[in-house]
Design a protein around this ligand. Structure first.
Ligand code: MGD
Ligand code: SF4
Length: 737
C-alpha cells in the first residue's frame, strides 16, 4: 500500500476508501471462500451487495459487504444505518481480514498434551461436542450445574448463554464490566439513576464544549462518536482534554491539561469548586432536580485550584479558565464519561465526580449533553421453555462484598471463585470470543484458575492465547459468515439491524447458534431449541414486531419513527435514584460506608527509575482481536512504547530501538520499539493494548510488539463495585531485549 492509499484508508469514509487498493492486495495474498451459485455450482458472477452489521468492535455499525465474482471484495458503511451513516472506521473496513486471516482454525481441536502446550488433534464436531457434553454432565452430577461458568463477550454469545441457562447455570460474565465500563455505569447510576450505556448517550454533534478526561476518541475509534466529533470541531465547539499524553483529540483542544496520572479526582473537585463558588452552575436545574446540593457544596468548599495544583501539577489559572469555558457553554457542554474506566480502583468515585460535574452543567437530558435514547421494541423468541432455577447463588460477588456490583457479573470474581473453590467450586469454563489472558489483569491468577478446571472450552476464530490453554477449541465462522442476534441498541434514533452471512464458511467452522444448538442436543436439552435454523428464530422475533426477516435481509436496517430525546422535547424528567433526583450527596453510598461526595485519594509515585504504565487503543485495532487481519496488520503490525524525549535522551534510548519493559514484580513485556516523544509526561510510558501475543500458532502475531497485559500484575479493586484498576503498575527499561 503506498502512503497515499494508506492515508485514505485511515480516513473514516467508506466512500473514499480505495476499492482498487483493497482488491489488488487481497487477490494476490490470501484466498477465502467463494460464494457459489447453488444452481450452477460455480462462483456467482458480478457484484453482489449484502447488508450486515460489523463485529470488529462492539459498536455494531451497519455495513454493506461487496462480493465480486463470488469473492469477498470490500465492506463499506450502510448509508441507512444510524450508527455508521454510510461510513465504517478503519477497523470496520479492514474487517474482511477476519475472513481471510491465515491463522484461522479450520476444524475442532482436542488437547493432546498438557494445558498450555498448544498441541492438538483435529476431531469432528460430533467428537468435540460429545467430549464437552460428557465432561459437562460429570461436572453437573459431581458439583451441580452452577459449577460451569460462561465467559462471553459480544452479541455472538447470545445462544450459548441460552444453552448454559438451560443446563442450569447463571454464572456468566464478560471483561467489559469489571475491566472496562463498569465503574462508569455505577457512578452515573448513583448520580442520575441510569448508566451511560453503549453506544454512549453523548450528544457530541450538538455540543458547544466537550471535555475529555483520558478518553482518547479518535484513537479509541467508536465510529458514530468520531463522526460527531468532527462535526462538533467543524462547528467550533471548544474541546478540553485532560491526559498525561498529548492524544490525537488533544490536538483539537482549546485547553490541554497534561495531568499527573491518577489525580483526576482532585482536578474534578477543583473544577466543581470554581463552578460553585463563581455561581456558574445551572442554578434552576440544580434546584429543581438536585438532591443534597448544600452538603455537596460544603464538601468541596476547600478544594480550590491552588489545592489541586499541588496534586495534579495543573496551573490554577488553567483550571479556572477551563472550568469557566465549560460553564459558559452549558447546558450544551458535557464531560465525556469515557469507556475504559478501570484505572486506579477508585474509579466509581471518579466517574461519579464526572457525573456530578455534568449535573452542575445541567447537561443530563439536554441538547448537546446527554440525550435519552430510544430502542426498537422487538420481543424475544416466543416459544422457549422456562429455564431450570439454579439452586446456588452467583459466585462472582459472595456476600455482596462489592455492594454495587449487581448489574453485571465480575469476571475477576468468577476467576477468584475458581481459584479458591469458594463459595463453591467452579469446575468448567466455556469461553466465547474473549481472550482472557489479555483481558484479565494478572495472568498468573488466570492460569492458576485454569489449573483448577475439569473442562475448558474456547470458541474462537484463531488459536488465541486463551485457546492455547483449552481442552477443546471450537472454530467459529466469522461475523461475515454467520447470522447473529438482532441489534436493537438504544440510540438517538430507534432501529433494528441484522447480521447475516455475506460469504460462505471456508472450512469446517460453525456459527455460534449452531454450536449452541448442537451442544444442547448432546446435553439432552434439545427442547430449548424449538427452531431448526436461526432464520426461524429471527423471523419469529421480527414477526412479533410486525417486521419480516425477508425485508431486513434486503435492507440490513429498519428505522422507527423519530422520538424525543431531550427533556426540552417533552420527555418526562425521571431520575431513578433513591431520592428521585440527581444525587449530589449520596446517602446510599454513605450507608455502605463510602464517601457520599467523591474524595481524592493519593495513588503514589513511580519508584526511582520506574514509570507508570499507561495503555490505550489504536484506530486500526480492537484489543487483541485484529492483529492478524490483513490490511490492519499491514498498517500496524506492532506497538511502540511512548517515552518522553528528555527521558529517552537521558537513558540513551533511540527511536525504533527494541527494548523490553520490566515491572516491579520482574514481569516483562516482550520486545517493543521505543518511540521518544514530547507528547507524554516524564513520569509515564504508554503503549497500545493487545500486542505481544504469545500463542505460537498465531504465525502473524507471535511476539509482535510488547504486551501491556503481561505487565499488569497489580490491580486495585474498586470497593464499591469490584472493578479492577489496572493503571497501578510501574515499569522500567530492560536493556537485554
Ligand atoms: P480481545 O482481547 O480482543 O477482547 O477483552 P476481550 O473481549 O478479551 O479478545 C477477543 C477474542 O475473541 C480474541 O481471541 C479473538 O480472536 C476472538 N474472536 C474474534 N472474533 C471472533 C468471532 O467471531 N467468534 C469468536 N468465537 N471469537 C472471536 C476486551 C476487554 O479487555 C475490554 S472490553 C476492555 S475495555 C479492557 N481493556 C484492556 C486493556 O486496554 N488493557 C489490558 N491490559 N486489559 C484490558 N482488559 C479489558
Ligand atoms: Fe466496526 Fe468501527 Fe463500527 Fe466498531 S466502530 S462496529 S469496528 S465500523
Amino acid at each position: 500500500m503506498n502512503s497515499l492509499s494508506r492515508r485514505r484508508f485511515l480516513k473514516i469514509s467508506g466512500a473514499t476508501i480505495s476499492a482498487a487498493t483493497v482488491a489488488t492486495s487481497l487477490s494476490s495474498v490470501v484466498k477465502g471462500a467463494k460464494k457459489i451459485d447453488e444452481k450452477t455450482g460455480k462462483p456467482i458472477k458480478g457484484i453482489q451487495k449484502i447488508p450486515t452489521y460489523c463485529d470488529v468492535c462492539f459498536w455494531k455499525c451497519g455495513a454493506i459487504a461487496y462480493i465480486k465474482d463470488g469473492e469477498l471484495w470490500k465492506i463499506e458503511g450502510n448509508p441507512n444505518d444510524p450508527l455508521s451513516n454510510g461510513r465504517l472506521c478503519p477497523r470496520g473496513t479492514g474487517g474482511i481480514g477476519a475472513h481471510y486471516s491465515k491463522d484461522r482454525i479450520k476444524r475442532p481441536l482436542i488437547r493432546k498434551n498438557e494445558r498450555g502446550e498448544e498441541k492438538w488433534v483435529e476431531v469432528t464436531w460430533d467428537e468435540a461436542l460429545e467430549y464437552i457434553s460428557t465432561k459437562m454432565n460429570i461436572i453437573k452430577s459431581k458439583y451441580g450445574p452452577e459449577s460451569m461458568a460462561l465467559f462471553s463477550h459480544g452479541v455472538g454469545g447470545t445462544f450459548l448463554k441460552h444453552t448454559m441457562k438451560a443446563y442450569g447455570t447463571r454464572n456468566m460474565t464478560a471483561p467489559s464490566f469489571a475491566q472496562c465500563r463498569g465503574p462508569r455505569e455505577v457512578g452515573f447510576e448513583m448520580t442520575f439513576g441510569e448508566g451511560v450505556g453503549s453506544p454512549e448517550r453523548t450528544d457530541i454533534e450538538n455540543a458547544k464544549c466537550i471535555t475529555f478526561i483520558g478518553s482518547h476518541l479518535g484513537e479509541n475509534m467508536h465510529n458514530t462518536q468520531v463522526q460527531e466529533l468532527s462535526k462538533a470541531v467543524k462547528n467550533k465547539a471548544s474541546i478540553i482534554v485532560v491526559d498525561p499524553r498529548f492524544s490525537v483529540v488533544a490536538s483539537k483542544a482549546k485547553y490541554y491539561l497534561p495531568i499527573k496520572p491518577g489525580t483526576d479526582i482532585a482536578l474534578l473537585l477543583a473544577w466543581m469548586n470554581v463552578i460553585v463558588k463563581e455561581k456558574l452552575y445551572d442554578e434552576e436545574y440544580v434546584k429543581k432536580y438536585g438532591f443534597g446540593f448544600e452538603q455537596f457544596a460544603a464538601e468541596i468548599e476547600d478544594k480550590t485550584p491552588e489545592w489541586a495544583y499541588t496534586i495534579t501539577t495543573i496551573e490554577p489559572d488553567l483550571i479556572r479558565k477551563s472550568a469557566r469555558e465549560m460553564a459558559k457553554n452549558a447546558p450544551s457542554s458535557f464531560v465525556h464519561p469515557g469507556r475504559h474506566t478501570t484505572w486506579y480502583g477508585d474509579d466509581t468515585q471518579r466517574s461519579r465526580a464526572i457525573a456530578l460535574l455534568n449535573g452542575l452543567l445541567g447537561s443530563w437530558g439536554r441538547k448537546g449533553g446527554f440525550y435519552l435514547p430510544n430502542s426498537f421494541k422487538v420481543p424475544g423468541y416466543s416459544k422457549y421453555p422456562a429455564y431450570p432455577k439454579p439452586s446456588k447463588p452467583l459466585v462472582h460477588n459472595p456476600n455482596h462484598k462489592y455492594p454495587f456490583a449487581e448489574g453485571e457479573q465480575l469476571s475477576t470474581g468468577i476467576r477468584e471463585a475458581t481459584i479458591t473453590g469458594k463459595p463453591y467450586p467452579i469446575k468448567g469454563w466455556f469461553v466465547y470470543a474473549t481472550n482472557l489472558l489479555q483481558s484479565l489483569p494478572n495472568r498468573d491468577e488466570t492460569i492458576a484458575a485454569i489449573k483448577n478446571l475439569d473442562l475448558l472450552v474456547v470458541v474462537d476464530i484463531v488459536p488465541s492465547e486463551i485457546a492455547g490453554w483449552a481442552d477443546v477449541v471450537l472454530p467459529e465462522a466469522t461475523y461475515l459468515e454467520r447470522y447473529d442476534d438482532l441489534n436493537t441498541a438504544p440510540f438517538k434514533q430507534n432501529f433494528v439491524s441484522l447480521r447475516q452471512p455475506v460469504i460462505d464458511i471456508p472450512n469446517d467452522q460453525k456459527p455460534n447458534w449452531w454450536i449452541a444448538k448442537k451442544l444442547a442436543d448432546k446435553l439432552g436439552l434439545g427442547n430449548y431449541f424449538p427452531w431448526n435454523h436461526v432464520e426461524e428464530y429471527l423471523d419469529n422475533r421480527l414477526q412479533q414486531a410486525n417486521l419480516s426477516l425477508a425485508e431486513l435481509k434486503k435492507k440490513g436496517v429498519l428505522k422507527g419513527a423519530k422520538q424525543p430525546i431531550y427533556f426540552d422535547e417533552g420527555i418526562p424528567v425521571d431520575f431513578f435514584t433513591p431520592s428521585g433526583k440527581i444525587e449530589f450527596y449520596s446517602l446510599q453510598l454513605q450507608e455502605h460506608g463510602f464517601d457520599p461526595v467523591p474524595k481524592y485519594t493519593d495513588h503514589g509515585n513511580p519508584p526511582p527509575g520506574y514509570f507508570r504504565l499507561l495503555y490505550g487503543r489504536a484506530p486500526v485495532h480492537t484489543f487483541s482481536k485484529t492483529q492478524s487481519y490483513k490490511f490492519l496488520k499491514d498498517i500496524m503490525k506492532e506497538n511502540e512504547v511512548w517515552v518522553n524525549k528528555d527521558v529517552a535522551d537521558r537513558l540513551g534510548l533511540k527511536s525504533g530501538q527494541y527494548v523490553q519493559l520490566k515491572n516491579t514484580d520482574g514481569k516483562t513485556s516482550g520486545r517493543v520499539k521505543v518511540r521518544p516523544t514530547e507528547r507524554i509526561r516524564t513520569d509515564a510510558v504508554y503503549m497500545v493494548h493487545g500486542f505481544g501475543q504469545t500463542s505460537k500458532d498465531m504465525k502473524t502475531t507471535y511476539l509482535k510488539g510488547g504486551s501491556d497485559s503481561k505487565l499488569i500484575t497489580k490491580y486495585n479493586v474498586d470497593p464499591i463495585m469490584g472493578g479492577t484498576g489496572m493503571n497501578v503498575n510501574y515499569v522500567t527499561f530492560d536493556w537485554e531485549a
